[in-house]
Design a protein around this ligand. Structure first.
Ligand code: ATP
Ligand code: MG
Length: 406
């Protein structure tokens, strides 16, 4: 039996009485949960309180009566405030007034199980119309509230985007002279350096570079959010680019004690696009594979050529031995800031931008980003059990393939 009731002590009492009489009881505490449970739990009988949060008992009854799966399943209103005739008018088969009489409750309920039905009187139609009017009025109010909330959310999102853009700009501007003077100092154009001064400046340079990388990521976020990422298109070699990305990832693999195995990369993969962005996209995919793969396991990487000539596409495939990605999460992890819930992801840090960035970049190259879990085929000669991410780009994407605006 399904019991929809928000009051905990009533829930407990009804459960006790019905279980003692040999029935099984599932509880729902709101109207919405009740409707959902009714669809999945296949109850033999539904007991519904009238005064409920979200949808009230009349609305729940109306809704349940519209579900073909529940045809013939008795619905009984159990309530102190509710009204018998309205309950029957909306489709209930019976009405039990609160407070519940412990001595007779189970027997009364069982009568409905055996087919007992109460009849609505001639006021039914009128009451039904009254309910319908109330429901429409409530819906109207709710829709108004939702619209307002939505406007507020949009405004907040706009402010956040603007803040991000301004902040990034404010951070980047003062860094430019710092980098410029550092360069002049280190190349001794402003005078000779003592070894000690050089050591000091080299350490400043390392920190400055880190700061620049952070600001670059922020710039990417900002560009992603505003749907205005800029691409600097030129000739490049896809194979060499992939090889560089793989080399750059070796240190991280060693640190994480993961074996990074690369297939031999084909040569002469000349292409047109934005190699800097593509290399960063590859780095993000490699970074994920390495950080999600446990110590002692493997990551495989390879480059594939699909099609021939100017119409060919090139793919960069990274497969890992990590926990994999659940099918319903695959589309979501491409969204900016989305991270799969659960300890491994959270404990690895990151902000949830890598794949969103990579996705944007390959779309701008008329390509695609494909996530497979587990990988469908071996990579670098190894069958891996986690995830395979494939970045595919056109060799010669049509000149203006702007990233789609969000
Ligand atoms: N190889 C993978 N194995 C398992 N889960 C993955 C893998 N790649 C991505 N994910 C899931 O997708 C989420 C989004 O990945 P994404 O690269 O966009 O962000 P991130 O790695 O969390 O942060 P960032 O890349 O910004 O440092 C991850 O948090 C993780 O939940
Ligand atoms: Mg990442």
């Amino acid at each position: 039996m399904l019991h929809i009731e928000d009051d905990p002590s009533n829930r407990l009492l009804v459960r006790k009485l019905l279980v003692a009489a040999g029935h099984e009881v599932v509880d729902a505490t709101t109207g919405l949960d009740g409707v959902r449970l009714a669809a999945t739990a296949h109850p033999d009988l539904v007991l519904v309180d009238i005064n409920l949060p979200h949808l009230d008992g009349y609305e729940v009854t109306l809704r349940l009566r519209g579900m073909p799966d529940l045809a013939g399943v008795p619905i009984v209103a159990v309530t102190a405030e509710g009204d018998r005739q309205t309950s029957l008018a909306v489709g209930a088969d019976g009405f039990i007034a609160k407070p519940i009489e412990a001595a007779t409750f189970a027997r009364t309920v069982e009568r409905f199980l055996r087919g007992h039905r109460e009849r609505a009187d001639e006021t039914g139609e009128h009451r039904l119309r009254e309910r319908a009017e109330k429901i429409v009025a409530r819906l109207e109010r709710k829709l108004g509230e939702l619209k307002e909330a939505n406007t507020r959310l949009e405004e907040m999102a706009r402010l956040r985007r603007e803040f991000l853009q301004n902040m990034t700009h404010e951070l980047a501007t003062p860094l430019t002279p710092v980098v410029g003077y550092l360069h002049l100092l280190l190349s001794e154009e402003l005078g000779p350096l003592t070894p000690l001064q050089r050591r000091g400046l080299t350490s400043v340079e390392a920190s400055t570079n880190r700061l620049r990388e952070l600001i670059d990521t922020l710039l990417d976020v900002s560009a992603l959010e505003n749907g205005q990422m800029h691409f600097y298109v030129r000739d490049y070699d896809f194979g060499k680019l992939a090889a560089r990305a793989i080399d750059d990832a070796r240190a991280a693999a060693t640190n994480g004690q993961v074996t990074l195995e690369a297939e031999a990369i084909p040569t002469g993969l000349d292409a047109v696009g934005d190699p800097d962005k593509l290399r960063r996209a590859m780095a993000h995919v490699l970074d994920n594979a390495l950080k999600f793969t446990p110590r002692g396991k493997h990551v495989g990487v390879g480059v594939r050529v699909l099609g021939k000539g100017a119409n060919a596409s090139f793919a960069f495939v990274v497969a890992d031995d990590g926990p994999g990605v659940a099918p319903d999460q695959i589309a979501r992890i491409l969204e900016p800031f989305y991270q799969v819930d659960g300890s491994p992801t959270r404990s690895h840090g990151g902000v949830g931008l890598g794949l969103a960035f990579a996705h944007r970049v390959v779309l701008a190259h008329a390509g695609s980003l494909d996530v497979q879990s587990p990988p469908a085929e071996p990579v670098a000669g190894r069958t891996l059990v986690g995830t395979a991410v494939t970045l595919r780009v056109e060799r010669r994407p049509p000149p203006a393939t702007p990233p789609p605006k969000r």
